[in-house]
Structures are given as C-alpha cells and as structure tokens.
Design a protein around this ligand. Structure first.
Ligand SMILES: [Zn+2]
Length: 428
C-alpha cells in the first residue's frame, strides 16, 4: 500500500476536480482512496508500506502517448529537414529494413526510459518485432499497445503482407492474456499498403477483437496518391470498404475535408494528433477545432523520435495549443483543459480503457505522475492546468507510477541501471 499525502490532485474526472492538500492511497494496482489529507493520513499512515510527502507537488494521471514508433529513437537526428516521402523512402526505410531484433529491443527500451522520465505511462507503438517491444515494456513495467506494423513492402521481419500477417498472429497469441500489454494491428499507410492488405488486417482485428491503427491523410501527397489509385480520398476509401468503426485509431488526419469529417464522426473512430511531427515534416495542420466541434475523440501522440525529435508529451501539449491558436489567429480556439484532456482521458478513450486509466478515480488503475512545482518556472501558480500545458516540461516529472508500481522515483528509474544502459547505447 502506498500513501501519497499533502499533494494537489488533478483528477481529470468528469467534473475535472482538483483536490488541494489531498491524499491518495494505492492498493496493489488500484487507486483505493482519494480525498482531503487529514482524515486519510490518520487512517493509512501506519498501514502504508510507503509514504510520499507531496508538499508543493502535483499528482495527475500518467500521460498517454497514442502514436509512436519507439525504436526510432535509434534514428533521432538522422534525417531532418525534408518532407515525409523523401524522409521515409530514401532515409528511414532503407536503414530500418536492416534493423535486428536486438536493435528494436534496445531502441524501444531507450524510448520507454525517455517516456517514463517525461511522464508517459502508456503508449501505442507501431513497429516491427513487437515481441521485443513487449520484453522491454515488461522490464520497466510499462503499459503499452504493441502495434504490429503491416505493409506490402519487404522489411527485415517479412517479405510481404501475408508473411507479416502470419507473424502477427503469433504475437497476438503470445500476449493475449497480459494486463499491461495488448496487441494492436497497424497497417502502415496508403503509399506502402494496398487496400487488399487493409481488408485482410481488418478481418484479423475482427477475428481476435483487436484495435486497428494506421497513418491516415497525413500529407497532401498521400491524398493525391489515393485519388490517383482509387479515385477517392483516403477516408472515403476506408469508409467504402467498411474499415472504419469505434475500434479504429487514425494518426494525423491533416488533410480531411468536411465530407470526410462527417464520415469520421459517423464511424466513431478516434484520431491521434501529432503536431510536432506534422510541423517538422511540414505535412500539414490537422483541422483540430473542426474535429473537436464534431465531437470526435482526439488524443495526442509524439510520433517517432526521428520526426519529433523527442517523446515529451508536455511539449506536445504546448505545441497543440499554440499551433491552432496561431493557425486560426484566435487564442480562444483551444484552451489548456481541452489539451490536457487529449493527453489523458481522451487517450484512454482511444484505447477503449477509459474505465481503467486516464483519470484519478477510485477503482481505476494507478497510472500516475508526480510533478514538483517548487521550480522557478512554476512559481507562482495562478492556474495549475495552465502550468501543466504551458510551463511544465517532461524533466519536471519526479515520480512515475504504473499499475500501482513505482517505476521512477525522484527521477531514478527502477528495474534497470540507467547509466550502464546509456553507456552501452553510446557504443552502438
Ligand atoms: Zn507515425
């Protein structure tokens, strides 16, 4: 049992309640008690195995990174300042296609350390060798969705999409009974993956009851490709093939028109916004205000470290607010609370586990982060939500808890000798 006392709790519950001088009790994987400190402290101080004093600290739900390619940490800074097509086809794909199992494990572990240290407790990955990603997550006790990338192009793991599907089936079976890790299917994007393959992946998701994620309408070039090949825009193609429903997660959607927004709303899909990657690759600006107005669920992702170039979800939140304000020349177009929702509870909705994570509520899994507000850039604090979105950065996260276990305390990661691992990584 863990007691966290005398702390400000940003619950992200339905009422978006903030409890000042609050206490929180974690029992096993779950949040057992939330409330004002005094009475809770009395009852649980002796029972708790561990007590954390939260003076001048804020506890909030762990951030959910809904789109990324973890092992791309190995390609950070390798291909900058070019558009997506050139970036992927001429630089990323040729190198990635030679990656080994070990490299994917190391790159994913590196990504997870970075994520835990910047407040992310749950991720969607989108890559190859997802069983290696799973071992890395198990080592650090991280919650994750293992997105098995499927494309028609040959990769280091398979020669074609059919082989990819066979390998994916094995991964599905391996991790079908894991409370922290779930498999999710990830057809790559229109330029690399045919509609025929999308249909096959879709059938597999239905067979096993899984979520599906894909890159969608990320660039103008992708839309043009779709119009040339299918005589339709990408969202229309998937809609006509009946591959859109509440179990589908579309990353990017920078180039969707009104008609497509209606189709997205009707099908109840979730969309992931990755503004930093979209800005860096100059892919485009997602029509976020229009999507939110249509009541479509939108969460946040960093995308891979090769197009961001970090995995700091606090930076992603700030960028989200800023890009849309300046794009519409309207500072009221999106507020801090809406952005914080995108990185927490909306992410849980995207993953269909909002009954388990995404807010601090009794009975939910304890995926929590503690931020020290005793910092020059956080004093005075007129508005906690404002600070979380506009002023906090990932390095302000002091302690990270996932599924009731402390995975980082006072910035020290548990379960791995971080210094030794980083030394090893410097040599590869
Ligand atoms: Zn991506």
């Amino acid at each position: 049992m863990i007691l966290i006392k005398n702390i400000t709790i940003v619950t992200q519950n339905k009422e978006r309640e903030i409890v000042k001088k609050g206490s929180l009790v974690i029992e096993k994987e779950y949040i057992k008690v939330i409330g004002k400190s005094k009475s809770i402290e009395k009852e649980y101080s002796r029972k708790a195995k561990k007590v954390i004093d939260g003076k001048n600290k804020v506890i909030m739900p762990g951030l959910i990174n809904s789109h990324g390619h973890l092992a791309m940490t190995l390609l950070r800074g390798y291909a900058d300042d070019m558009d997506l097509e050139k970036w992927w086809l001429e630089y990323v794909y040729p190198v990635e296609s030679k990656f080994t199992r070990k490299k994917v494990y190391q790159g994913s572990l590196l990504a997870m350390i970075e994520m835990i240290k910047s407040g992310t407790t749950c991720f969607i990955d989108f890559y190859y060798y997802e069983d290696e990603v799973a071992w890395a997550a198990k080592k650090l006790n991280m919650r994750g969705f293992l997105g098995c990338a499927i494309l028609d192009f040959p990769t280091f793991l398979y020669k074609n999409a059919d082989e990819a599907l066979e390998i994916t089936k094995k991964v599905i079976k391996k991790f079908s009974n894991n409370s922290l890790l779930k498999v999710i299917l990830a057809p790559h994007m229109f330029q690399t993956t045919s509609l025929e393959t999308y249909v096959k992946v879709w059938e597999l998701t239905k067979q096993y009851g899984l979520l599906l994620t894909t890159h969608m309408s990320e660039t103008k070039a992708e839309v043009n490709f779709s119009i040339k090949k299918y005589k339709k825009r990408p969202v229309e193609v998937l809609s006509q093939a009946s591959i859109l429903d509440e179990n589908v997660i579309l990353a990017h959607c920078c180039w969707v028109n009104k008609k497509e927004i209606n189709l997205l709303k009707k099908s109840n899909v979730s969309i992931v916004h990755c503004p930093v990657s979209n800005m860096k690759l100059a892919s485009g600006i997602m029509p976020l205000p229009e999507l939110l107005r249509s009541k479509i669920n939108v969460s946040l992702g960093t995308d891979g470290a090769c197009s961001n170039n970090n995995l700091d979800m606090f930076e992603e939140m700030k960028t989200t607010a800023l890009i849309h304000k300046v794009n519409k020349l309207n500072p009221t177009i999106i507020d801090a609370q809406t952005v914080l929702d995108m990185a927490t509870i909306n992410g849980a909705k995207t993953l269909k586990i909002e009954d388990q994570i995404g807010s601090i509520e009794i009975g939910k899994r304890a995926d929590l982060i503690i931020i020290n507000f005793e910092k020059p850039h956080l004093i005075p604090c007129h508005n906690i939500i404002s600070h979380l979105v506009y002023s906090v950065s990932g390095s302000d996260v002091e302690t990270t808890i996932i599924n009731g276990k402390i995975v980082m305390e006072n910035r020290k990661i548990k379960n791995i000798d971080e210094d030794k691992f980083l030394q090893e990584m410097m040599l590869i």
